[in-house]
Design a protein around this ligand. Sequence first.
Ligand code: ZN
Length: 300
Amino acid sequence: MSQISKRGFSANLFRGAETIFKCPVCGERIRVVETRSIICPNHHTFDFAKQGYVNLVPHSVRSDYDRDLFEARRKIIADCGFFDPLIEKIVSLVGLQKNNGRDPFYLLDMGCGEGSHLSTICGQLRTGGSSDIRGIGIDLSKAGIHQAASEYSQEMWAVADLANPPLNDRTISVILNILSPSNYNVFDRLLKEDGMAIKVVPRSGYLHELRDFFFNDTEKRIYSNSDIIENFRLHFRAFQSFKIHYVKKLSHDAMQSLIRMTPLTWKAGEERRRQWMDGGSSEITIDLDLIAGRKKDIIH
Ligand SMILES: [Zn+2]
């Protein structure tokens, strides 16, 4: 797809979702003008990039995450299938939710990074017959969204403030929140009455081979996610929890990508990373909790 038609294709996706988004400056309704811009009645204007994403953050924000990290992340997720068992579980949960719901069905990834999770999940749902699924990926990182739009044209991608996303109340069927911080008040505002939140948090064994090698003794303390899970339970009903645990054997190239995408290895320095690549394990443990819940009943 050429870059010009990519922008046009993406503008059409957003045009179909004009009632879902709102102006990030004044909160008014938005509309898509030609294949170029999103505009509100107060003339706040946001142009589509040629890759097909839109930057809905009024003032640009610095991000620690760079293009190199996101390319490594894409390789690990999309090429190596590092998270495939997790993705499979999410697809089955969203599929069940979809059967219960009414259209249109919006699936929002809050903190989507370079978009591989959302794109893979939406792709599998479509293959399974859910042709009307509409994926929205938002992240504060422009580098992440830029790459998401460059790689994946079927979803809507926007740079946006996760604490105050430019989306209207009660419009989203399922919120995905994968290894990323949460704001449950925002989830509550965005979800439809029968909407569902799906969150993925690391367990103590997650990437433990890397932690054992790169962390010092103080940093090796046992990680517990119990506070995160308890907090989630307070905010949602019909709580479900699934333990996702497996070991993945990685090629040398895949291991290099994993090192590049994992912040805990960065401060160790180049020499220590080389030592790992020379002698470290090629088997890596994935140990995650997938937690899901529905919106609490509204008290009238
Ligand atoms: Zn506005």
